[in-house]
Design a protein around this ligand. Structure first.
Ligand code: HEM
Ligand SMILES: *[C@@H]1O[C@H](CO)[C@@H](O)[C@H](O)[C@H]1NC(C)=O
Ligand SMILES: *[C@@H]1O[C@H](CO)[C@@H](O)[C@H](O)[C@H]1NC(C)=O
Ligand SMILES: *[C@@H]1O[C@H](CO)[C@@H](O)[C@H](O)[C@H]1NC(C)=O
Ligand SMILES: *[C@@H]1O[C@H](CO)[C@@H](O)[C@H](O)[C@H]1NC(C)=O
Ligand SMILES: *[C@@H]1O[C@H](CO)[C@@H](O)[C@H](O)[C@H]1NC(C)=O
Ligand SMILES: *[C@@H]1O[C@H](CO)[C@@H](O)[C@H](O)[C@H]1NC(C)=O
Ligand SMILES: *[C@@H]1O[C@H](CO)[C@@H](O)[C@H](O)[C@H]1NC(C)=O
Length: 414
């Protein structure tokens, strides 16, 4: 492609090769997700579960996971990988953690929404529980988090429903590209970071029990913003690196627009894969390491997302935000200064998630250490390659002493 003279320069050749590797290649055959036949869109019926995750709702509506919304860990992992290009490490982490923390009745099946009927979700008598098995709706602050892109906080809205989409919040996101011509619109990572910075302020100002744990505040919350672009953007020959336009955004969030009045409409749980949609390249799964780069990108644009708001919440009603000292929390292993290095940011989130989850699990499962913890012990190997500086424990009093929002999420009333 370049002038042949370049070929005489070894350095230039290797640079050319590097450029080729770095260039995203669009392959319409492998990237097209066909949504006809068995995978045609079928909206949820009365007995189908749908919840806070638009990705899983869409997978269920298109029968990539069972239409009733109760799926096995393996089904959740393979559908997330095959349809959206989520990395195996993140898909496994989410599916395993989600199944454990939603009080699954058999530690195999997970409801993507409300507590499932025992007729659909099997109960394993070897996994006795002190609570009724739940679903993703049940996982407030242990998984489902505050300051989400289009869901209100559990203790922000009057009805405590953090799973249903808020149409006003969706419209706020949608309007972040207002005035831009249709063929240039792109809900980019940078646009999504702006939305996130605002949503954190919303939570501080409107949710007296606002709280972000290490897992949510360092990783999960930012990740859910970033995957709106990285997993939902449409790919084409022209934009192999992806462009997320208005129609694709609306479709994945289950929103339609009246052609005459321009009014937006949301049918709960109707998240839909567009008829003509191309996923991210097959050989470019969105792994923990790739996600870490994008998490740092958001922090670069809005440094307070790390410096002030990563771990912590309101301490005494709205507008009383305080953050937890990362240095004190980790006994000096991690600091605000070394978190942006390598994968340290994701490391602390993942280790924090593994160390803190017994606070919920021991209240849900009778013999938690010999049942659900065996599942949780499958998580650290997923991120072993990150070579994370280890922590032996994490004291929950860093959260319970200050944040009523943490206490409110625990299985026992304090
Ligand atoms: C095993 C797989 C998955 C599990 C267990 C899972 C679970 C969740 C949970 C618990 C939330 C709520 C987090 C919050 O409150 O902010 C969430 C949100 C979200 N998920 Fe998933 N998810 C999975 C896969 C996916 C995939 C494949 C996509 C594809 C794009 C996706 C896209 C999203 C988005 C965009 C949100 C934010 C929703 C909003 O508030 O606007 N997820 N997911
Ligand atoms: C869900 O949210 C939509 C849009 O904000 C709203 O119109 C609808 O009433 C809500 N549905 C339920 C069941 O709460
Ligand atoms: C859209 O935004 C993404 C992520 O920020 C960027 O990588 C991509 O190049 C943008 N696409 C276009 C067509 O501008
Ligand atoms: C996705 O991109 C393709 C071209 O690769 C285009 O034909 C299609 O209309 C786009 N889909 C949406 C929903 O924008
Ligand atoms: C914290 O580090 C200090 C000094 O290295 C050590 O003496 C102490 O035992 C550690 N505390 C915990 C809770 O790990
Ligand atoms: C990560 O944190 C550790 C301390 O726990 C620090 O020594 C290291 O330099 C940081 N950066 C990388 C790339 O690991
Ligand atoms: C929990 O189980 C692990 C692994 O089987 C074991 O090493 C540990 O001692 C157990 N902890 C308690 C408190 O029983
Ligand atoms: C949370 O509960 C613990 C244990 O009951 C209690 O000591 C603490 O004061 C509570 N925290 C807040 C902020 O209310």
């Amino acid at each position: 492609m370049k002038a042949p003279a370049l070929l005489q320069n070894v350095a230039a050749i290797s640079q050319l090769l590097l450029d080729q590797v770095a260039t995203t290649v669009f392959d319409p055959t492998t990237q097209r997700i066909h949504v006809t036949g068995d995978h045609a869109f079928v909206p949820p019926g009365q007995d189908d579960y749908r919840g806070p995750c638009p990705g899983l709702n869409a997978l269920a509506n298109h029968n990539f996971i069972p239409h009733n919304g109760v799926a096995t860990i393996d089904q959740l992992i393979s559908a997330s990988e095959e349809v959206f290009g989520l990395g195996n490490d993140m898909a496994s982490l989410k599916a395993i953690y989600g199944t454990a923390i939603s009080a699954s009745g058999d530690l195999i099946h997970m409801s993507i929404g409300q507590a499932p009927s025992p007729a659909i979700a099997p109960l394993d008598l070897n996994v006795p529980e002190t609570v009724v098995p739940g679903g993703l709706d049940f996982t407030h602050n242990s998984f489902e988090s505050d300051a989400s892109p289009t869901r209100e906080d559990k203790y922000q809205s009057a009805n405590g429903d953090a799973s249903n989409m808020s149409l006003p919040l969706f419209i706020e996101l949608y309007n972040r590209q207002s005035g831009i011509p249709d063929d240039q619109v792109n809900y980019s990572l940078s646009t999504l970071a702006d939305h996130r910075a605002q949503r954190v302020q919303d939570s501080i100002m409107q949710d007296p029990l606002f709280f972000l744990s290490p897992f949510d505040g360092l990783l999960l919350t930012g990740f859910t913003y970033n995957i709106i672009f990285t997993l939902m953007a449409n790919r084409s020959a022209e934009h192999a690196e992806g462009r997320l336009d208005r129609d694709t955004l609306m479709s994945f969030f289950g929103v339609t627009r009246d052609v005459y009045s321009s009014a937006f409409n949301y049918n709960r749980g109707w998240e839909r894969i567009p008829d003509i949609w191309y996923r991210r390249p097959i050989d470019d799964p969105y792994t923990i390491e790739k996600s870490n780069v994008d998490l740092l990108g958001a922090i670069q644009k809005h440094p307070d997302l790390l410096n002030k708001y990563a771990i912590g919440g309101n301490t005494n009603g709205v507008n009383t935000h305080r953050s937890v000292s990362i240095k004190e929390l980790t006994n000096g292993t991690y600091t605000l200064q070394n978190l942006p290095d390598g994968n340290n940011l994701s490391c602390l989130a993942l280790i924090g998630g593994s160390l803190l989850c017994p606070e919920w699990l021991k209240g849900y499962y009778v013999h938690y250490n010999t049942t659900v913890m065996n599942l949780i012990r499958e998580l650290p190997p997923l991120f072993a390659s990150l070579n994370c500086p280890t922590l032996s424990s994490m004291d929950p009093r860093f959260f319970s002493d200050m944040f009523a929002g943490f206490n409110a999420s625990l299985p026992y009333i304090h």
